[in-house]
Ligand binder design. Structure first.
Ligand code: FAD
Ligand code: DHB
Length: 391
C-alpha cells in the first residue's frame, strides 16, 4: 500500500488528523490495533475546550456535539462546605466548554470518515515503523493474518501513551520530563440525572471528588483513591458512600443511581521532546500526558494534530519542511502551559498522603484566593476554556 500520511491510532488525535488532511486533499490510511466497537465505547474524557468544539464544527463533525453536548459557562469549586462559582462567561469574554463524551467524538469521526470512503484498518497487530529518517518511511503490520506494509511520506504517531510510535524512536533521541502522583482516579458512569447543572471540583479532608456528567440523564463522577487501589475493593455502595461524604454541602444532595461503568486510572504527567524523529511526528498522548484534573488531555491531542495538518499541507504545497521542522516547538508551548495547569489543579485539589496541617492550610488558602480574586479566577477560567496566546 502507498499513501501520503500513515496514521497510527484511531483515537481523537488520529481521527481528527485524518479529517484535517482530507480537507487539504491529502490522502492518509489510519491503522488501529483495537476493534471499532472497542474504541467507540472506551469511556474517557468529557470536556471540550471552546477551541476544540469549534474545530469539530469546522471539519463538519460537530452536528451531534452541538445538539447533544452540554455547553457550560462555569464550574464550581467546593471546599470548606461551600460552593464557589468560577464564571467563565464573565471572566473570558463569553467563552465556555462543551461536555460531550470522547467516545461520542470518536464515533462521529469514524462515521464521517467511513462515509467518505476513506480507510481505517481496525485490529492490526505487530505494528512496526521503518526508515523514519528517510523521506520514504513505512509502517508494517499484520491484518487478518497477512503481513502488510504502507509506504508513505510522513508517519503520524497518534497511538496514545502505550503505543508503538514513541517506543520506535532510538534511545537517546528523546528527553522525558515526568511526575508521578501518589493517587489515582476511580471514575463511574451512572444512569441518574446529574445533581448539579455544572461540574463540581471538590477538595475535602478525605480527598478530591468530581461531579461531572454526560447528558441530562447520565452522571460521571470521580474519586481520588490511593495509587495502588483495586476496583474490586469498591462495590457500588462504597463508591456512593464516599462520594456522599466528600461532596456533602449544606442544602444540596447527591442523587444516586445504577452504576453502568467503573474503572481506576493512574495520574501522571509526562512530556517527551522533541515530538519528532525524522518523518515521524508524535501527537496527543503518544507525546505527552497530563493528570485529568483540568480536562486537558484530549484537547491537547486535537490541537497537536491541527498544527501537524497545517504543516503537512504546507509541505505538499511548497515542498518546504519549515513548518514540519517547527511542529514540535510550536506544540510544546501549548503542551507546557497545559502541563502546568493540570499539575497545579491536581496539587491544589487533591490530598497528598504525606500532607500535614500546614500543607492543608496552604491548599485552602490557595482555593480561597482563587475564588476571591478576580485575577486568580480569570487565570483558572482562561486556562480551563483553553488559553489562547496573543503573540
Ligand atoms: P488515545 O485516545 O489513547 O488513542 C490512541 C489510539 O491508538 C487508541 O485507539 C489505541 O487503541 C491505538 N493504538 C495503541 N497502540 C497502537 C498500535 N501499536 N497500533 C495501532 N493503534 C494503536 N482529556 C480531556 O481533554 N478532557 C477530559 O475531560 C479528560 N478526562 C479524562 C478522564 C480520564 C479518566 C482519562 C483516563 C483521561 C481523560 N482525558 C481527558 C485524557 C484523554 O482521554 C486523552 O488525552 C485522549 O484520549 C488522547 O487522545 P489520543 O488520540 O492522543 O490517544
Ligand atoms: C471529566 C474529566 C475530567 O478530567 C475533568 O477535569 C472534568 C470532567 C469528565 O470525564 O467528565
Amino acid at each position: 500500500m502507498r499513501t501520503q500520511v500513515a496514521i497510527v491510532g484511531a483515537g481523537p488525535a488520529g481521527l481528527m488528523l485524518a479529517h484535517l488532511l482530507s480537507i487539504e486533499g491529502i490522502e492518509s490510511i489510519v491503522i488501529e490495533s483495537r476493534t471499532r466497537s472497542y474504541v467507540e465505547h472506551r469511556v474517557r474524557a468529557g470536556v471540550l475546550e471552546h477551541g476544540s468544539a469549534d474545530l469539530l464544527d469546522a471539519i463538519g463533525a460537530g452536528a451531534r456535539m452541538r445538539s447533544e453536548g452540554l455547553v457550560h459557562h462555569g464550574i464550581r469549586l467546593r471546599f470548606g462546605g461551600g460552593d464557589h462559582r468560577i464564571d467563565f462567561g464573565q471572566l473570558t469574554g463569553g467563552r465556555g466548554i462543551t461536555v460531550y463524551g470522547q467516545q461520542e467524538i470518536v464515533k462521529d469521526l469514524i462515521a464521517l470518515r467511513l462515509a467518505a470512503g476513506h480507510p481505517i484498518l481496525f485490529e492490526v497487530s505487530d505494528v512496526q515503523l521503518h526508515d523514519m529518517q528517510s523521506d520514504r518511511p513505512s509502517v508494517s503490520f499484520v491484518l487478518d493474518g497477512a503481513s502488510q506494509s504502507i509506504e508513505c511520506d510522513v508517519i503520524a504517531g497518534c497511538d496514545g501513551f502505550h503505543g508503538v510510535s514513541r517506543e520506535s524512536i532510538p534511545a537517546g533521541v528523546l528527553t522525558t520530563a515526568e511526575r508521578e502522583y501518589p493517587f489515582a482516579w476511580l471514575g463511574i458512569l451512572a444512569s441518574v440525572a446529574p445533581s448539579s447543572d455544572e461540574l463540581i471540583y471538590c477538595y475535602s479532608e478525605r480527598g478530591f471528588a468530581l461531579l461531572s456528567m454526560r447528558s441530562p440523564s447520565v452522571s460521571r463522577l470521580y474519586l481520588q483513591v490511593p495509587a495502588d487501589e483495586h476496583i474490586e475493593d469498591w462495590p457500588d455502595p462504597r463508591i456512593w458512600e464516599e462520594l456522599q461524604t466528600r461532596l456533602a454541602a449544606d442544602g444540596w444532595s447527591l442523587v444516586e443511581g445504577p452504576v453502568t461503568e467503573k474503572g481506576i486510572s493512574a495520574l501522571r504527567s509526562v512530556v517527551v521532546e522533541p515530538m519528532q524523529f525524522g518523518r515521524l511526528f508524535l501527537s496527543g498522548d503518544a507525546a505527552h500526558i497530563v493528570p485529568p484534573t483540568g480536562a486537558k488531555g484530549m484537547n491537547l491531542a486535537l490541537r497537536d494534530v491541527h498544527v501537524l495538518a497545517h504543516a503537512v499541507a504546507a509541505f505538499y504545497t511548497s515542498g518546504d519542511t519549515q513548518l514540519l521542522d517547527e511542529y514540535s516547538a510550536h506544540c510544546l508551548r501549548r503542551v507546557w502551559r497545559a502541563q502546568h495547569f493540570s499539575w497545579w489543579m491536581t496539587s491544589m485539589l487533591h490530598r497528598f498522603p504525606d500532607s500535614d496541617a500546614y500543607q492543608e492550610r496552604l491548599q485552602l488558602a490557595q482555593l480561597a484566593y482563587m475564588v476571591d480574586s478576580r485575577a486568580a479566577s480569570t487565570s483558572l477560567a482562561e486556562n480551563y476554556v483553553g488559553y489562547e496566546w496573543t503573540t
